[in-house]
Design a protein around this ligand. Structure first.
Ligand SMILES: [Mg+2]
Length: 214
């Protein structure tokens, strides 16, 4: 089971993404000396063309990726997140291998998991530095994630993500896809849930099997 991290394990309404986005703006303005009024459109075009701001800045400006990730993720997460007992219970129901697959950094993922109370729950974290030079939603990112996890057949795996474009690639590659954060399923998702705690509604608690009629 591949779980996205941000806006998937916690709701998109927390304000974390906005805070991280603000840090990206500050980085671009101060470190790359780009006029503040040009930052928003630059970030949007990088996100669409390269998949993430990081990959775009890396390609165009040769930035230090680790420094960028530490800089933008330096937000007071404990102001936005708290321990989530319902989620802890939900995750405990699944005995399958559970992996975080994120376009963020490992350090950020560890901090988020720690605050949510999910330390030690996941069998591994695949972060953006491990899938260099790719990122979701590129198919190569998923191929790398499968390879790193020693999984050959995506058809045996589920991808749980809030991002429609990430789910589109996953679906085209044969993963079973679950969209989080909506009850209106996109054409690229096999199932949709409003929050991650609703996962048992679409995957039986006794386990993920591709044969099951979910
Ligand atoms: Mg996400």
């Amino acid at each position: 089971m591949f779980f996205d991290l941000d806006d998937t394990l916690y709701p998109s309404t927390t304000g974390i993404w906005q805070a991280i986005g603000d840090r990206m703006d500050t980085y671009i303005t101060h470190q790359l000396d780009i006029a503040p009024e040009k930052v928003k459109s630059l970030r949007e075009s990088l996100f669409h063309e390269y998949g993430t701001t990081l990959r775009g800045l890396s390609s165009l400006y040769g930035i230090n990726e680790e420094y960028f990730l530490d800089y933008v993720h330096d937000v007071p997460l404990d102001r936005y997140l708290q321990r989530d007992d319902a989620l802890i219970e939900t995750m405990a129901m699944y005995k399958e291998r559970k992996l975080i697959f994120t376009n963020a950094s490992q350090r950020h993922a560890e901090r988020v998991l720690s605050i949510l109370g999910l330390e030690g729950v996941f069998d591994g974290i695949i972060d953006i530095l491990q899938i260099t030079p790719y990122c979701k939603p590129l198919p190569e990112a998923y191929q790398k994630a499968l390879k790193l996890s020693c999984i050959e057949n995506p058809g045996n795996c589920v991808v749980i993500d809030d991002s429609e474009r990430n789910l589109k690639t996953a679906s085209e590659m044969g993963f079973f896809t679950i969209q989080v954060g909506t009850q209106i399923r996109s054409p690229f998702a096999d199932a949709a849930i409003l929050t991650i705690a609703d996962l048992p509604d679409v995957i039986p608690a006794n386990g993920w099997h591709v044969e099951s009629n979910v």
